[in-house]
Design a protein around this ligand. Structure first.
Ligand code: CP
Length: 304
C-alpha cells in the first residue's frame, strides 16, 4: 500500500484495509526506533485552534523520526491577523515544509488546504467535522486493550453533536461490525447524517440519555466533553455542561473488562477517582498518538 503524497482529511477516505495497514505500521513504529527516517524533512504545524495532545504528539513524532519542525500554535502572531486568507497562507507554507498538519475551526478547511497545497495535508480537526488521526489512534488503542476491533459493543457518551472525534470514530468502527450505543441529551445526539450512514450499512445502534440503561452491555465507553466552543448560545452550554459525571459509583454497573476512553481534554465528565482503575485507558490512548502519528508522517512522506 502506498500513501506517499496522500492527504489525510477525512476518515471516509480510508478503506478498512487501509486503516488496518496504518495500524500495522504504527505497531512497527512502536517496536522500532527510526531516528533518521525523516532526516531533512520539515513538518509545519498550523494550529488556528488550541491543542495540547495533537500538536505536541505530531511534533514529538516528527522529532523522534529525525525531522525538523516549524509552525504556530495560534494564528494571532501570523499574517492571518492582517487579513491573509487560508489559501494564501497554505501557498506560502507549502514552499517551506514537506508536510503540513492543520487544525482550524471551519468545517472543510483541511480540504481547502489540500486543494491549495502540493504537499500532503493532515487534518488535525476541522470544526465539528472530522479528526481522522485521533480516530486512527482510537482504533489502535481499542485493538491494543481489547485484542480486536470486531464485534464490540461501543458506547459513545457526551456531546455527540459537536464532538468531531466521535463522528470520525463511528465511520471507522463501522468496518468492524459494532453495536453502537449513543448516550447524550436529545439536543446533543449523534447528527442524523451519521445515523443514516449506519442504517445504510445495516449497523445496529441505540440512542439513550441515561448511561445506566445500557452500561452493562458495553465493551468500550468513549466519553467526550461538552464542546463549549461550538455552542452559539452560552446559555445552552450552561444547560448541558455537567450532564454526565462518571465516578466510581459506576463500577457495579459495568463489565469487569469495560475500557473507558476519552480523546481528552476532560473537564468534569470523568472523575479522577476512576484514573487508577483498570477501566481507564485515556492516558494510554493519548500516548498512542505517538506511534500512530509517526506512521502517518512516514507514510505520507513515502518512507515506509
Ligand atoms: N484529543 C485532542 O484532539 O486533544 P487536543 O485538543 O489537546 O489536541
Amino acid at each position: 500500500m502506498n500513501f506517499e503524497k496522500q492527504d489525510i482529511i477525512s476518515i471516509h477516505d480510508f478503506s478498512k484495509q487501509e486503516l488496518l495497514f496504518i495500524l500495522k505500521t504504527a505497531k512497527l513504529m512502536e517496536k522500532k526506533l527510526n531516528p533518521n527516517l525523516l532526516k531533512d524533512k520539515i513538518l509545519a504545524t498550523l494550529f488556528f485552534e488550541p491543542s495540547t495532545r495533537t500538536r505536541l504528539s505530531f511534533m514529538s513524532a516528527m522529532e523522534q523520526l529525525g525531522g525538523k519542525l516549524m509552525g504556530f500554535a495560534t494564528a494571532k502572531m501570523t499574517s492571518i491577523k492582517k487579513g491573509e486568507t487560508l489559501w494564501d497562507t497554505i501557498k506560502m507554507v507549502e514552499a517551506y515544509a514537506d508536510v503540513i498538519v492543520i487544525r482550524h475551526p471551519l468545517e472543510g478547511s483541511a480540504r481547502l488546504a489540500a486543494e491549495a497545497s502540493s504537499k500532503p495535508i493532515i487534518n488535525a480537526g476541522d470544526g465539528a467535522n472530522q479528526h481522522p488521526t485521533q480516530t486512527m489512534l482510537d482504533l489502535y488503542t481499542i485493538q491494543k486493550v481489547k485484542g480486536k476491533l470486531d464485534n464490540l459493543h461501543i458506547g459513545l457518551l457526551g456531546d455527540l453533536k459537536y464532538g468531531r472525534t466521535v463522528h470520525s470514530l463511528v465511520t471507522a468502527l463501522s468496518h468492524f461490525n459494532p453495536i453502537f450505543y449513543f448516550i447524550a441529551p436529545q439536543a446533543l445526539q449523534m447528527p442524523q447524517t451519521y445515523l443514516d450512514e449506519l442504517k445504510e450499512k445495516k449497523i445496529k445502534f441505540f440512542t439513550a440519555s441515561n448511561l445506566l440503561k445500557v452500561s452493562k452491555k458495553l465493551d468500550i465507553l468513549y466519553v467526550t466533553r461538552i464542546q463549549k466552543e461550538r455552542f452559539a448560545d452560552p446559555v445552552e452550554y450552561e444547560k448541558y455542561k455537567g450532564v454526565y459525571k462518571l465516578d466510581t459509583s459506576l463500577l457495579p454497573n459495568i463489565k469487569k473488562d469495560l475500557k473507558i476512553m476519552h480523546p481528552l481534554p476532560r473537564v468534569n465528565e470523568i472523575d479522577p477517582s476512576l484514573d487508577a482503575t483498570d477501566h481507564a485507558v485515556y492516558f494510554e490512548q493519548a500516548a498512542n498518538g505517538i506511534p500512530v502519528r509517526k506512521a502517518l508522517l512516514a507514510l505520507v512522506l513515502g518512507k515506509v
